[in-house]
Design a protein around this ligand. Structure first.
Ligand SMILES: *[C@@H]1O[C@H](CO)[C@@H](O)[C@H](O)[C@H]1NC(C)=O
Ligand SMILES: *[C@@H]1O[C@H](CO)[C@@H](O)[C@H](O)[C@H]1NC(C)=O
Ligand SMILES: *[C@@H]1O[C@H](CO)[C@@H](O)[C@H](O)[C@H]1NC(C)=O
Length: 342
């Protein structure tokens, strides 16, 4: 592996350079404190991030130094106590609760420097009441890569492995679906594909609902998984890909933004895109005719990477602190709807 190539000289060099930088850094603070003690930036003390509402009102335990304890993020205090509004550096507003009405929304920033963050993981198709949020939010936090705080549903992280484990397969294609609507593109795609291929359907919209912990055990038994998004938007790539397919160890057949968008996040040869084929019939025959060696190639990424899911809101909120110092402090979204719908 690449990291084994580091020689002792290089390491010693790095350590020396590290010490030098640390010394400079300490010196900087010394000078700051010495010369202008009144101007010690607020950011040198722990940041306070206030969650105005818990997403879906599902409260999580914030006891202790949660960002440090769970995610090794230092100097970041998360709180859901609105009584701390006046001392919060950042206040976070989750859109789903804003949709319910604005009566409880604070009238104004407690201090001019306080930053207000808009959070949303749903796509524009499933986001209501976006109008009128003008010059209110400083930063946005969504699944879109161009957000101030980018919160994907998952990612591949470096992880070397000597063997590639693929779970045993008993079926060809599965799909887990909770909300089936005939008008959705994914429903039409499924219907068209089902004329050429047998697929096993699970979830609330089917005759076979799955318990929360049965999902991965089920999808992993199939060679392919329909990672069909509920709506098609740039970067809108959800747990259907990351969890239900990649983490489970099955090959995703994706329907969502164009292939090039997926390839920003996962290798080109790790998935099948519905649009790779001229028709559903061609897709079906590709799936049916695949041999074992070709199939294994879809899992090449497992030699160098593993799936990291982001499924705890606390982790997402803690990342605000890691981004805080580099984000533009004067930023304000003139019109949230325009930003999110374009
Ligand atoms: C919350 O976490 C703290 C520290 O980890 C623990 O002592 C406490 O029992 C937890 N509270 C609840 C309600 O789970
Ligand atoms: C499904 O098939 C119909 C009829 O052939 C076609 O018009 C439509 O574009 C197809 N939709 C999808 C998503 O494959
Ligand atoms: C498996 O399929 C691939 C791609 O279609 C093909 O190139 C290869 O020759 C096949 N291998 C075997 C052993 O049939």
């Amino acid at each position: 592996s690449r990291s084994a190539g580091f020689g002792t000289t290089k390491v010693t060099g790095l350590v020396t350079a590290g010490l030098f930088v640390t010394t400079l850094w300490n010196l900087k603070f010394f000078i700051c404190y010495f010369e202008m003690p009144a101007k010690v930036p607020r950011s040198t003390i722990p940041l306070t991030v206030l969650l105005w509402d818990w997403p879906s009102h599902r409260t999580l335990n914030l006891s202790g130094d949660i960002c440090a304890d769970l995610y090794s993020i230092q100097g970041c205090q998360l709180t859901d106590d609105r009584g701390l509004f006046d001392q919060a550096d950042v206040v976070v507003f989750h859109h789903q609760e804003l949709q319910q009405g604005r009566t409880n929304f604070p009238k104004k920033r407690s201090v001019p420097l306080q930053k207000w963050v808009w959070v949303n993981l749903e796509s524009p198709t499933h986001t209501r009441a976006l109008a009128g949020w003008k010059n209110i939010f400083n930063w946005v936090m969504t699944y879109r890569q161009d957000s101030d705080i980018f919160i994907p549903y998952g990612k591949l992280m470096l992880h070397s492995s000597t063997s590639v484990d693929i779970p045993d397969k008993t079926g060809l294609v599965s799909w887990v679906i909770s909300n089936y609507h005939h008008s959705q593109k994914r429903a039409q795609a499924y219907k068209n594909l089902s004329r050429h291929l047998h697929m096993d359907i699970f979830g609330k919209a089917s005759k076979r609902p799955l318990c929360e912990t049965c999902l991965l055990a089920t999808t992993s038994q199939y060679k392919f998984y329909l990672a069909f998004e509920n709506s098609i938007h740039q970067d809108y790539i959800t747990e259907k890909l990351w969890r239900n397919a990649l983490l489970a160890g099955t090959v995703p057949v994706v329907l969502g933004p164009p292939r090039a968008n997926y390839e920003k996040f996962i290798p080109a040869d790790s998935f099948i895109h519905v649009e790779d084929f001229g028709s559903m019939q061609e897709l079906a025959s590709f799936i049916k005719s695949m041999n074992a060696s070709h199939y294994r190639q879809f899992f090449e990424w497992k030699k160098t990477h593993k799936v990291k899911l982001y499924d705890d809101w606390r982790e997402r909120f803690c990342t605000i602190c890691t981004r805080y110092h580099t984000l533009p402090k004067e930023k304000l979204y003139p019109d949230l709807e325009t930003w999110f719908r374009t």
